[in-house]
Design a binder for this molecule. Structure first.
Ligand code: KIV
Ligand code: ZN
Length: 514
């Protein structure tokens, strides 16, 4: 029988931990739902003790997900482990994932503990976790720079204390496929109770080797792979789920194992993460980049016309990439729109449906062809901004080479329309100054402003993402519209609405500056 490789997804923990990638509760629940549809076996939903928000997210993901195992990370400390259990206990299949560093450098500099003290901590904390939860994973942080004799003793201790998954992370992305595979072969071969545990890989991409290292570990006997969608994560990121899954599928001839990933859900998962985080995937990224299935040169195009397998080792359809289909035009009715939403996986309540339909009609009037991607952007935008306290009502921009550029903006704030005119160094600056005039928020800084075309063509919808930060907390906003300036206003206002919620404050201080 072919061995199954368990896919442990840490998009919501290691991925979310990377700068600018933080997600709110609603976004995390959306991601968790898609991860289950994608078929990942374990979802690491967060680090429960890190903050009340993390705790709530892990608890809610644990309540929502019915198929996947739900894990929370915990350091080797009683409070961490108890908090992790409090959060994951609601899951059908809960897991506590506890870790401690095992490399001489980390033990000395970071933990200030001797090797024996670390062994004692492993024994004590894994036992505690196992008394609370039947499924315990233990990780040796910085395993790849640990002394092999000590690492073997640490693993043996963790298994004896009840851990049933042993994760050996390449925390700093230092390993090469040969060294990483050799470490797994060595540990699985020499730890006396190794047969009681599943060995797991967890690779960072500092040298661009995360996926290659993970696969080398699989060839050496690892049966769980930790990874993230689009490879997001600390520094250069983690191994990318989609690359691992497709490598296992396409090269089954040399890696005779399988995963439970439903590959046709990959593109949807990738787009969801880039939409939520605002981290666009590089065009030449394997599997999910915009050019991954594009053929530009004449020789390649000729080969593709004759037989796609000349230049494609997997089909775009196998990763869920369908030809952009023309959906509807301005004459399409409610029934067709509702059916299209169902096909795209949306179920909207009556009010949200009516609002989305009105937006669709507006878009169909403005744009020659409306594609699936347009509908997805539009509905996501509607769901994002639907009933928030601040709404964009009207945007009028004066721009061009003979400045000054001006914006006339009307926002509805708590049910009341407020209009201002402002100037700026370019249309975006003028528009954002207008927003700041209506809703003063001097303590926040615009960290990032990005515009992305949803489809090709000069009439494409713009999808704008902004990142605001206030007192070290970042908030992301998204907006989509066929007018880039309207999309920009919607994205900024979306971020402001979320920031108000974070502060626990309604925009009562909103005013029109004189
Ligand atoms: O990279 C790492 O070592 C980790 C552990 C906490 C599993 O993320
Ligand atoms: Zn990590």
């Amino acid at each position: 029988m072919t061995d199954t490789i368990l896919i442990f997804d840490t998009t919501l923990r290691d991925g979310e931990q990377s700068p600018g990638c933080s997600m709110n509760l609603e976004e995390k629940l959306q991601v968790a739902a898609q991860l289950e549809t994608l078929g990942v076996d374990i979802i690491e939903a967060g680090f429960a003790i890190a903050s009340p928000g993390d705790f709530e997210a892990v608890s809610e993901v644990a309540r929502q997900c019915k198929r996947a195992t739900i894990a929370s990370l915990a350091r080797a400390a009683t409070a961490d482990i108890e908090r992790a259990w409090e959060a994951v206990q609601h899951a059908e299949r809960p897991r506590i994932h506890t870790f401690i560093a095992t490399s001489p450098l980390h033990m000395r500099v970071k933990l200030n503990k001797s090797p024996d003290e670390v062994l004692e901590a492993i024994d004590r904390t894994v036992r505690l976790a196992r008394n609370l939860c039947p499924d315990v994973e233990w990780s040796a942080e910085d395993a790849t720079r640990s002394d092999p004799d000590f690492l073997a003793r640490a693993i043996e201790t963790a298994i004896a204390a009840g851990a049933r998954t042993i994760n050996l992370p390449d925390t700093v992305g230092y390993a090469t496929p040969e060294t990483y595979g050799a470490m797994f072969r060595d540990m699985i071969g020499r730890v006396p109770n190794a047969d009681l545990a599943v060995f797991s890989t967890h690779c960072h991409n500092d040298l661009g080797l995360a996926v290659a290292n993970s696969l080398a570990a699989v060839m050496a006997g690892a049966r769980q792979v930790e990874s993230t969608i689009n490879g997001i994560g600390e520094r250069a990121g983690n191994a990318a789920v989609e690359e691992i899954a497709m490598a296992l599928k396409v090269r089954h001839d040399v890696m005779p194992v399988r995963s439970n990933i439903v590959s046709t859900e990959i593109t949807r998962a990738s787009r969801l993460i880039s939409g939520i985080t605002g981290f666009q995937v590089q065009p030449n990224k394997a599997i999910v980049g915009a050019n991954a299935f594009a053929h530009e040169s004449g020789i390649h195009q000729d080969g593709m016309i004759k037989d796609a397998s000349t230049y494609e080792i997997m089909t775009p359809e196998s990763v869920g990439l369908t030809q952009s289909s023309l959906v509807m035009g301005k004459h399409s009715g409610r029934a067709a729109f509702r059916q299209k939403l169902q096909e795209l996986g949306y179920e909207l309540g009556d009010n949200a449906f009516q609002d989305a339909f009105a937006r669709f009609k507006e878009l169909a009037d403005a744009k020659k062809a409306v594609y699936d991607e347009d509908i997805v952007a539009l509905v996501d935008d509607e769901v994002n901004s639907g009933h928030a306290a601040i709404q964009v009502k009207e945007v009028e921009i004066y721009c061009g080479s003979n400045g000054p550029q001006r914006a006339i903006l009307t926002l509805e704030v708590d049910g009341e329309d407020k209009t201002v005119t402002s100037r700026g160094n370019g249309p975006v600056d003028a528009l954002f100054n207008a927003i700041r005039m209506i809703v003063p928020h001097d303590s926040s800084i615009m960290e990032r402003y990005e515009v992305h075309a949803v489809t090709g063509g000069t009439d494409a919808q713009a999808e704008v993402s902004v990142l605001l930060s206030e007192n070290g907390r970042t908030t992301r906003g998204r907006g989509a519209h066929h007018d880039t300036m309207v999309a920009s206003a919607r994205a900024y206002v979306n971020a402001l609405n979320k920031m108000m919620v974070k502060r626990g404050k309604a925009p009562v201080d909103a005013k029109v500056a004189s």
